[in-house]
Write a protein that binds this ligand. Structure first.
Ligand SMILES: Nc1ncnc2c1ncn2[C@@H]1O[C@H](COP(=O)(O)OP(=O)(O)OP(=O)(O)O)[C@@H](O)[C@H]1O
Ligand SMILES: [Mg+2]
Length: 385
């Protein structure tokens, strides 16, 4: 079956044509060090957004130096890290590939970083792509035909895989084989091409949208949670060290607590504070600089930006605190439902400002308190908080 002409990945089989072959090893869309874009930018998000980890900022590309390369540098998420470190050591001792790994968590918490860390710890190749880049089965085939023994193959936004690609991936994950079709029409037949054992690392911000057959093929699942204050402080100090900027402990603590438990946000805020410090205080980041900087950026003590406060205010002022359905709310704030659910709500919920209930979204008494608003006495129970 050396003749690659007429080879078609089986899952791309089209009854009418049997589409033409990928020409040998199709070049993978993205491999090696370069990552494809992360999550899509929320349609209505301000491009100047600092605390929204999903908004790609140009300077994040210079973030590579801040990205931890080994588990030891990867701060926080202690329980997850400990287990992972055991699984990695065991796989290395057995000289086997690590089981497929599923990473779940909101943007900016370190999923891509961890995938790269795993490859470094295992000492194997790292290949990167994201589900939207895998348009045709040949795109996936192109990457799978280049994996070497133990390669860590990272697919970002795995909830966006097309069904044909997903089917092909099942076989690759389970049997380490590529399903191909030779020929066309009635005489077409399927062959399987072996590929070396590899580790698929799939990352998603929306675990609920990943099909159960795919989930069941991952041997290890890591769920990221927002980082604790102490871990965030450690991350700020580490990044300040790498950026060679001096920072007081109480200033680092304030950046940490204003960063929504999200390392990407902490790194961005740190860079902004470095700018303010350069102009205001000869480059040293003191608590005063951070307080002033946060004020100028309109970021409050919980790390909310003006837009987050707008969402809460709309629920309070237009819907009397809720409940209001996600779709109605999304229209009111001028966002897509997905964006609202994926990017804005998780932290508002985590911070105890918003609740998802079966009847819709509701703000909590803490939201009124935080925004310094009183509950309307026409409300459901007419109580003032
Ligand atoms: N545990 C950590 N310790 C130190 N820094 C971290 C950690 N996790 C993430 N970071 C920093 O945060 C940045 C964002 O992390 P990363 O890009 O891995 O997030 P992500 O979960 O993949 O986000 P997205 O869902 O948007 O793709 C990294 O560049 C890195 O500098
Ligand atoms: Mg990522």
């Amino acid at each position: 079956m050396a003749n690659k002409k007429g080879l078609t990945p089986a899952s791309s089989r089209s009854p009418a044509t049997g589409s033409p072959a990928p020409s040998g090893a199709t070049r993978p869309t993205t491999t090696g060090a370069g990552t494809t874009s992360g999550s899509p930018a929320p349609s209505g998000a301000t491009t100047a957004s600092i605390v929204h980890p999903e908004t790609p900022l140009e300077e994040d590309r210079g973030d590579l130096s801040l990205r931890p390369r080994y588990l030891q540098e990867f701060l926080g998420q202690a329980a997850m890290k400990e287990n992972l470190s055991v699984f990695i050591s065991a796989a290395k001792q057995r000289k086997e590939s690590l089981d497929h790994l599923f990473l779940i968590g909101p943007p900016g918490l370190g999923k891509t970083t961890l995938a790269q860390v795993v490859a470094n710890e295992l000492g194997v190749d790292f290949k990167v792509t994201s589900a939207p880049a895998l348009d045709k089965p040949k795109d996936l085939a192109g990457i799978l035909t280049t994996v070497t023994e133990g390669t860590v193959f990272f697919i970002d936004e795995i909830h966006r895989l097309k069904p044909t690609i997903e089917e092909m991936l099942y076989i690759a994950m389970e049997d380490y084989e590529l399903d191909w079709i030779i020929g066309q029409g009635p005489s077409a037949r399927t062959i399987r091409i072996p590929i070396p054992p590899f580790t698929l690392v799939g990352a998603t911000t929306k675990a609920g949208m990943v099909s159960s057959p795919l989930i069941s093929r991952f041997g290890i699942t890591c769920r990221f949670s927002f980082y604790e204050q102490a871990d965030m402080e450690a991350i700020v100090h580490r990044s300040a060290g790498i950026l060679k900027v001096s920072i007081d402990d109480d200033a680092a603590a304030l950046i940490a607590s204003s960063s929504r438990g999200t390392p990407r946000v902490a790194n961005r805020l740190l860079r902004r504070m470095r700018d303010f410090a350069q102009v205001l205080e000869q480059g040293h980041i003191s608590r005063r600089v951070v307080q002033e900087g946060l004020k100028r950026l309109e970021i409050d003590s919980l790390g909310l930006e003006r837009y987050d406060r707008e969402i809460l205010k709309i629920i309070i002022e237009r819907y009397n605190g809720g409940p209001v359905g996600a779709e109605t709310l999304a229209i009111s704030v001028g966002e897509a439902v997905d964006t609202l659910e994926d990017y804005y709500e998780p932290y508002l919920i985590q911070a105890g400002l918003l609740q998802r209930t079966p009847r819709g979204r509701m703000v909590t008494p803490f939201a009124y308190e935080h925004l310094n608003l009183e509950r309307n006495s026409n409300g459901n129970n007419g109580l003032l908080f």
